[in-house]
Design a protein. Structure first.
Length: 233
């Protein structure tokens, strides 16, 4: 038994030692439009701009990835971090942990948090005088297809589903509802010369809906990211 345990531990240590690790991180901007269908009224945001962060960390068959997007609506400025007077604002973030069943395929699971607001004012992230707010948390599950390397160029595609709940405030009337949804995203990573940076254009379609009140959000988004990658070529 001791010999077997020694052999197994040696194999595990060797695998961990030989496992390649890498990480990527970078800012991204996007142009998107959301149709908010409340059953009676439909709000169309038109083309909006947002900025955020995207990246991942890989070691062996395990991967951790994240993304965050913020739309200040009234323009990108330092003041927006304290006081936001836009007619429409939206924030969302996702974090997942994945397992690479194949060099080009990851199974993913994690969490999503987002909020959007129509009308009113927000001070240090706390809204008031709001016509409608929607605070959403969900469990994330899905898959990601990707090329193992960036050169001569890379590509990726992901499909994710959501199951969660939302707190909805319409002019002071507060309600809760279960939610479900899905998101598809794909793009290309184009290396910038021989550097570790790449430009990554992409496209996304997303659908989120509530179970009880018939609220539906349909979003299409064009994405442009500038990503620094260390450990993968």
């Amino acid at each position: 038994m001791k010999k077997i345990a020694f052999v197994l531990s040696s194999i595990v240590i060797a695998a961990m030692t030989q496992a390649q690790s890498s990480f990527s991180i970078g800012p991204r901007v996007s142009s998107y439009s959301t149709d908010l269908d409340g059953g009676i009224n439909t709000i169309k945001t038109g083309r909006q701009s947002s900025y955020g962060l995207v990246g991942d960390f890989r070691t062996g068959v395990f991967v951790f990835d994240y993304s965050y997007d913020h739309d200040p609506q009234n323009g990108i400025s330092v003041v927006d971090l304290l006081v936001d007077t836009g007619d429409y604002t939206r924030d969302r973030g996702e974090v997942t942990v994945g397992y690479a069943v194949l060099p080009f395929l990851d199974l993913q699971g994690g969490a999503r948090v987002e909020s959007f607001r129509v009308g009113g004012v927000s001070i240090i992230g706390n809204p008031f005088l709001t016509d409608m707010s929607f605070d959403h948390q969900a469990i994330v599950f899905g898959v990601k297809l990707h090329s193992p390397n960036r050169r001569p160029f890379g590509m990726y595609g992901l499909a994710r589903g959501y199951v969660g709940s939302a707190k909805i405030d319409q002019s002071g009337l507060r309600t809760d509802s279960d939610t479900s949804g899905f998101r598809f995203e794909g793009g290309f990573a184009i290396p910038l010369g021989e550097s570790s940076w790449s430009v990554t254009p992409g496209y996304e379609y997303e659908h989120i809906e509530t179970k009880d009140f018939g609220i539906r959000l349909n979003t299409n988004r064009f994405i442009l990211a500038f990503v620094y990658t260390n450990g993968r070529r």
